[in-house]
Design a protein around this ligand. Sequence first.
Ligand SMILES: Nc1nc2c(ncn2[C@@H]2O[C@H](COP(=O)(O)OP(=O)(O)OP(=O)(O)O)[C@@H](O)[C@H]2O)c(=O)[nH]1
Ligand SMILES: [Mg+2]
Length: 294
Amino acid sequence: MNKSVYVSIVGRPNVGKSSLLNAILGEKIAIVSKKPQTTRTRITGVRTDGDTQYVFLDTPGVHRPRTSLGKFMVDTARGAIGDADLDLLVVEPRGAVGDIEEGILKRIASRKVPALLVVNKTDAATAKQIGDTILAYSSRFDFAAVVPTSAKTGEGIGILMEEISRFSREQPWLFPEDMITDQPEQQIAAEIVREKMLRMLNEEIPHGTAVVIEEFSEEGEMLRIRAEIYCERESHKGIIIGKGGKMLKEIGSAARADLERFFGCKVFLDLWVKVKENWRDSPRLIQNFGYRKD
Ligand SMILES: Nc1nc2c(ncn2[C@@H]2O[C@H](COP(=O)(O)OP(=O)(O)OP(=O)(O)O)[C@@H](O)[C@H]2O)c(=O)[nH]1
Ligand SMILES: [Mg+2]
C-alpha cells in the first residue's frame, strides 16, 4: 500500500512559504519576491519519495485584506489550514508571537489539525532570535515538532521532511509519481510574468496587476505566448510600459529567460498592457482573471 500526506504551508506574507516549497521540491514552481502578498492562489507541489507521496499546498500570506482579491487570498489560505493532514506554520525569527500568527493558531486548533512550527530565514538571524521565537511559540501552542530552516541555504529541509514523513498514512496517491505541480503551463507562464513585475516595479503597482495568457501555442521548436497585463490605472499603465517601452521590454526579457528555462525551448513572448479600473474590488473581474475557488 502506498502512503501519502497532505501538508498546508501557512503563515503571514513574506516569511518564505513559496521559497520553502521550491526548496523542498528542488524546482521552482512557485514565484517568489521581496514584496508581501506575492502568492495569490493555492499552489500544489508534489514530491514522491519511495512509497510516500508528499502533497504540499502553498498558500497566500494571511493578512488583513483591503480588497476583494485580498479577501479571496486570505479565504484560500484559511481554507487550506483545515484541508490538510498537517499544517506547517512558517514564521520568521522575530521572537514574539505575532497577531496574525495568533489568528492562524486559533484556526489550526479549531480544525484539530496537527502542526509543525517552521522557523525560516535562520541564515539571517542570531541563535538568540531563533531560540526566543521557538520559546514564544512553544508556550503558545503544542506543536508536534519545531524545525528551524533556511529556504535560502537548504538548512533544515532534510529534518523537516523527516518530521513530515511521520504524518504519512496508508492511502492512495492522488498524483502520478513524476508530477511536481498541478498548475497548468499557462498559469505558470502568467505567474512568471507577474513575478518579474513584482521584482521590477515599485510598491503598489505590481500588486494591482493580473496576467492573462491569450495565446499559448507551439510553433515548431518554439513556444509563442501572448499575455495581457491588466493594471488598475492609466498612470500605472504608463509606468509599466516605461519611457519608449523600456520597462515593458525589461519585464519581457527577464520573463522570457525564465520561461525558456522552465519550458526548455525558445519562447516568443508578446506582452500587452491594459487597464481595468479597480479590478481588485470586482468579484467578477477577479474571477475572470483566474482567482476563483476550484
Ligand atoms: N535570507 C533568507 N531569505 C529568504 C528565505 N526564504 C525566503 N526568503 C526571502 O523572503 C522573501 C519572501 O519569500 P517568499 O517565498 O515569496 O515568501 P512567501 O511567504 O511565499 O510570501 P507571500 O507569497 O507573499 O505570502 C523573498 O525575498 C525570499 O528570497 C531564507 O531562508 N533566508
Ligand atoms: Mg508565496
